[in-house]
Write a protein that binds this ligand. Structure first.
Ligand code: ATP
Ligand code: MG
Length: 455
């Protein structure tokens, strides 16, 4: 084994008995309990571990429950019919209960004593690219990232097992890494983002030592898989604490490694842009808190807006026609961003639509107004326009005009726009149906008002 990658932390067990901690089985999902009990009854060690234990101890409601055991993936599969084995880099068992999946991981070891059995670990330039050496619970604890993430809830006696000081950190509300920060981030640079995300989510601070390497190692995020960074960005910005995550990333100097264009635009000191981004994130958090749907496309459109707008204006100044200028800017900005964070095409397509509809809000001619209102992306683009109220008074007034226009029955709107009837390309608008109904009928299968996500 490469000596550079050995985690030197010596685990020291502290057992917190049932009566001295707050975890109650009431708050553990039925599915997770079934998995824990079945493993235990078959003679294996079975623990709830990681984020679920941390969140339960903090009084939160975990969104997923992970189980750690000394049973190998094949042994787990032997116990559950509803089980599939996944992952090559990190072999795991998924036990499936309808929509709920319980992830069951076999204790990972260091392999130093040569008892790695059937497993293997592969390290390239200090980075773990495969980790399938089975080990003891102690070894499993020290290879986790943060001390608060290495607590185990034991189903055999309902105690919590703390090997690396996680209980202390929960009390201190501090994120501390297990082992040498430099080494741990080199093994997996995404841990830097996890530090920022979890600190934001939990309202913790990142310990000085865990934060110190960000400046020198942040650039390693450039080598992380863009698809993994997309998943991580969803957890940062679309899990209900997006604004806090964003501020934490900025404060930690990590934003530029994930969203370089956003960091660049904000560094230019554009206060209106900052207000737009923060409002967009806050609206998204509020929607999630209310149980409403959110689309990543809206949020990424918000994050990249400053750069797209500036580039589009640049192309217009060079004589390009408006549509082409916006399209070029969108393609360029999306292309650059996707080298870092692989935003799937279905989202980038919507982002490009939201952006390219923005200049069309300024064209208040009768036919164009109705055409824009019937565009399938109108609602999202309009919500976006409202965020731009911070840009100028005229932009705020434009938002108000469009809000008002949508309240008017079409024939009144047509009259206000200085023309006879409603333009003919609106075939579903009848002269007598109530306005609300008419708007609905124009977007068959579309979502109702305010459901475009983000705003
Ligand atoms: P949340 O689910 O709230 O986002 P989490 O801590 O549960 O946070 P998961 O990605 O679900 O995050 O990971 C579960 C556990 O696996 C973690 O608590 C940690 O113990 C371990 N873990 C996850 N990612 C890493 C990593 N990159 N390096 C080391 N350990 C990790
Ligand atoms: Mg989790």
């Amino acid at each position: 084994m490469n000596p550079e990658t050995r985690n030197e932390v010596a685990p020291t067990l502290r057992v917190i008995p049932r009566e001295q901690h707050s975890i109650s089985r009431k708050n553990i999902s039925k599915a997770a309990l079934r998995v824990l009990y079945r493993l235990h009854d078959a003679g294996f060690a079975a623990y709830l571990v990681g984020g679920a234990v941390r969140d339960l101890l903090l009084g939160g409601h975990p969104k997923d429950f992970d189980v750690a055991t000394n049973a190998t993936p094949d042994e787990v599969k032997g116990l559950f019919r509803n089980c599939r084995l996944i992952g090559r880099r990190f072999r795991l068992a998924h036990v499936v209960f309808g929509p709920e999946i319980i992830e069951v991981a076999t204790f990972r070891g260091t392999g130093e004593d040569g008892t790695g059995g059937e497993g293997d670990r592969h390290i390239v330039d200090g980075r773990i690219v495969r980790d399938n050496i089975w080990g003891t619970i102690e070894e499993d604890a020290v290879r986790r990232d943060f001390r608060v993430n290495a607590l185990y809830y034991d189903i055999s006696d309902f105690s919590v097992r703390d090997y690396v000081g996680g209980m202390q950190d929960l009390e201190d509300k501090t994120m501390r890494l297990i082992g040498d920060p430099d080494q741990r981030y080199r093994e997996d640079p995404v841990r830097m983002l996890r530090a920022a995300r979890l600190a934001a989510k939990l309202g913790f601070t990142i310990d000085k030592e865990a934060q110190a390497p960000f400046a020198s190692l942040g650039h390693l995020l450039g080598e992380a898989a863009p698809a993994r960074l997309f998943d991580e960005s969803l957890k940062l910005f679309l899990a209900g604490h997006g604004l806090k995550s964003f501020k934490m990333l900025e404060a930690c100097g990590l934003l530029k490694f994930l969203f370089p264009a956003t960091a660049r635009a904000l560094e230019r000191g554009d206060q209106a842009l900052r207000a737009l981004v923060e409002q967009g994130l806050a609206n998204t958090d509020a929607r999630i808190a209310e149980g409403k749907s959110v689309t990543p496309a809206f949020l990424y459109a918000v994050l990249l807006w400053g750069e797209v707008r500036d580039q589009a204006h640049g192309w217009i100044a060079q004589g390009f026609d408006i549509n082409e200028a916006w399209q070029r800017a969108a393609v360029h900005v999306v292309g650059e961003q996707c080298q870092r964070v692989a935003i799937p095409r279905r989202f980038t397509f919507t982002m490009e639509e939201i952006w390219s509809l923005q200049p069309r809000f300024e064209q208040i001619h009768r036919k164009r107004v109705f055409r824009l209102m019937s565009h399938p992306r109108f609602r999202a683009a309009f919500d976006f326009l409202l965020l731009r109220a911070h840009e100028s008074d005229s932009m705020r007034e434009l938002g108000e005009w469009w809000a008002h226009a949508q309240q008017l029955p079409p024939e009144m709107l047509a009259a206000a726009l200085g023309g006879g009837g409603v333009p003919v390309h609106e075939p579903t608008v009848s002269a007598t149906a109530p306005a609300r109904k008419r708007r609905r009928r124009r977007k068959p299968g579309g979502r109702g008002k305010g459901d475009s996500g983000g705003a």
